[in-house]
Design a protein around this ligand. Structure first.
Ligand code: ATP
Ligand code: MG
Length: 264
């Protein structure tokens, strides 16, 4: 069975895109078939896999606005497949707002390809607008990257309120799987305190381990590589591999349970 996982936080620069690509490559290394979807008009994920967002004939925008079938927009890159974004996606946002059932557009478009993948990962933009709502409506699971600084964790409450709304109106089974702590610097007491406080405050588990701040991450996107390829034995690559392994094990467990239920 296929799982769709959204990575969301309306706060900018908390490593949503980095985490989406790194976990995607981690899952691919485990033998899973992975599709990434870039839902951000900034197109950072598209760029990070080595595609040029300014030279694409087709992107997610065409799916939303021209109803181009998703399979026509998918591109294969190293390890995995991606539905790329371009700046045009900012215009899709306006277009979607005028449509009935607008929050379901991605879920509907995904239906025809979803079953070809073990995991579909959604990189959401830093806002709580209609693109994010589409992502949360299409997702089975939510991961929340949080950068280990005070200002970035304050938005988590607001994101969880949005999740409650999405559950009430569009996607009752959306599961909040956990927080990914990013840009972690354990040399500061402040960072360690945040790490202790986060799960208590929001009642959401933190996926282990925290991902440390490292220059390796800054170098990778311009090479069109994930940190797992650029610096395979680094602590950051290992951290994302561990997180990918947990997601893989969780999916296997859920699969087993649903099979048991089917068999009665
Ligand atoms: N563990 C890390 N250590 C150091 N730098 C990192 C780490 N993770 C991500 N970065 C860098 O931080 C910046 C922001 O990361 P990223 O683009 O993934 O965040 P984002 O949440 O997707 O941002 P946006 O909200 O704009 O979409 C990038 O330059 C990235 O290379
Ligand atoms: Mg991003």
């Amino acid at each position: 069975m296929s799982r769709t996982v959204a990575l969301a936080n309306q706060k900018g620069g908390v490593a949503k895109t980095t985490s989406t690509l790194s976990i995607g490559v981690g899952l691919a290394e485990l033998g899973h078939k992975v599709l990434l979807i870039d839902l951000d008009p900034q197109a950072s994920l598209t760029y990070s896999v080595g595609l040029d967002p300014d030279r694409l004939d087709l992107s997610l925008h065409d799916v939303f606005v021209r109803r181009t079938p998703m399979e026509k927009v998918i591109q294969s890159v190293r390890h995995l497949d991606i539905v790329p974004a371009t700046i045009d996606l900012a215009g899709s946002e306006v277009h979607l707002l005028t449509r009935t059932g607008r929050e379901h557009a991605l879920k509907r478009a995904l239906a025809s390809v979803k079953d070809q993948y073990d995991f579909v990962l959604l990189d959401l933009p830093p806002s709580l607008g209609v693109l994010t709502i589409n992502g949360l409506t299409a997702a089975d699971d939510l991961l929340i990257p949080v950068a280990c600084e005070t200002l970035s964790q304050r938005g988590v409450g607001q994101l969880l309120e949005t999740v409650d709304d999405v559950r009430a109106f569009a996607n009752p089974s959306l599961a909040v799987v956990g927080i990914i702590v990013t840009l972690f610097d354990d040399r500061t007491r402040h960072a360690r305190e945040i790490l202790e406080d986060l799960p208590i405050r929001y009642g959401i588990p933190i996926l282990q381990p925290p991902v440390r701040k490292s220059i390796r991450f800054a170098e990778a996107p311009s090479l069109g590589q994930s940190v797992l390829d650029h610096s395979p034995t680094s602590a950051g690559a290992e951290a994302y591999r561990q997180i990918a392994r947990q997601l893989s094990e969780r999916a296997a467990l859920l699969d087993q349970e649903s099979r048991k239920i089917e068999e009665g």
